[in-house]
Design a protein. Structure first.
Length: 344
């Protein structure tokens, strides 16, 4: 049975999307973290403005929750452009894309989240739109079918993906700028949480904010989600102020430890240690053991465990590290070494 996660940075409901949108920065000056990416984008935007041209197409890739959507909206604000947003799974047929492209004006931005999930038909349809700003749209079918060459206004396509390896080479090659987003440091997350707390009119201690930051897995979306949970806890169990004790109690109730690991992370590592004797074990086998989707483990759980050195990926499968065993107080069984007679 799948475990409900507080730390799931991969998906959001409508209420949470609205919550995050209210905290979203609108300019590079308000953005915290990703310094190198911001500097490159700022130069590209200024150059495009001076030439009076739209930006090149941009691809953001990296783990979920690191600000790909936020950067797309910031770029739109910096370019004084309108932004239209959609996602790969929502674009099923050519008509879906045509409806978007026909309403795009010069300089507008089309943002496609989860762009790696575009169907082959849609992907091939947008190739000429990205390169030549035109599309060949087929009207009717059978004997009466005819193709109309439809010119488009110059726009900027911004794609976001958590799995850049799933993008086809032709699609990836049509992006002029590709940027990888890294996990945030605790100091950067503390600044983000402090900014969000001020926007929510929350009174907080610096030590409480630092505690949330250290348990946010390097991800702003998780930091804001934890802030929301702690705010509710402080309102009911305290006096509304975020103190160290309130935050610690709230995160303990959510079963989030000092490194930001939750129940699913610990279950993943314990299964690898206890059932597969530390590994190597295939991701499909671990997913079946936990009753979770393989993609969930690969996209949401593993990146952070790899980042903090608790997990190794090898050609033979996943392996737990000694550091993870110490954190979870696990002792692996000594693997039996074959003697000479067994080799004969």
């Amino acid at each position: 049975m799948a475990i409900d996660r507080v730390l799931n940075s991969d998906s959001m409901n409508e209420q949470e999307e609205n919550f995050n949108a209210s905290l979203r920065p609108v300019s590079f000056d308000e953005c915290i973290g990703q310094k190198n990416v911001k500097e490159k984008l700022a130069i590209a935007i200024e150059a495009a403005k001076q030439r009076g041209e739209p930006l090149e197409h941009i691809l953001f890739y990296g783990p979920p929750g690191l600000g790909k959507t936020t950067l797309a909206h910031v770029i739109a604000n910096e370019m004084n452009a309108k932004i239209k947003t959609t996602s790969g799974p929502a674009l099923v047929k050519q008509g879906d894309v045509m409806g978007l492209l026909s309403n795009v004006n010069t300089g507008d931005i089309l943002f496609i989240d989860e762009i790696h999930r575009l169907s082959t038909v849609v992907e091939e349809f947008i190739y000429p739109a990205m390169e030549d700003f035109r599309v060949d749209f087929t009207v009717d079918s059978g004997m009466h079918a005819k193709t109309i060459n439809f010119p488009l206004k110059r726009f900027t396509l911004i794609g976001a993906t958590t799995r850049a390896g799933l993008l086809s080479a032709p699609l990836r090659g049509r992006f002029g700028m590709l940027y990888h987003l890294d996990f945030y440091s605790s100091d950067e997350l503390a600044q983000i949480i402090e900014r969000s707390a001020k926007l929510l009119n929350l009174v907080s201690q610096d030590s409480a904010i630092e505690l949330i930051a250290k348990r946010s897995r390097g991800t702003p979306r998780i930091a804001n989600r934890l802030l929301k949970r702690v705010r509710d806890y402080a309102q009911v169990k305290g006096k509304g102020k975020l103190t160290t004790d309130i935050v610690a109690s709230s995160l303990k109730m959510e079963q989030i430890d000092e490194l930001g690991l939750d129940e699913l992370d610990r279950s993943f590592l314990k299964a690898l240690a206890n059932i597969y004797n530390g590994g190597p074990a295939g991701i499909e086998a671990i997913a079946a053991t936990l009753g979770e989707e393989k993609d969930t483990l690969e996209d949401v759980v593993e990146p952070y465990l790899l980042q903090i050195g608790f997990l190794r990926r090898t050609n033979r499968g996943r392996e737990i590290t000694e550091q993870a065993c110490k954190h979870l107080d696990i002792t692996l069984k000594t693997k039996k070494q074959p003697d000479d007679t067994e080799l004969l």
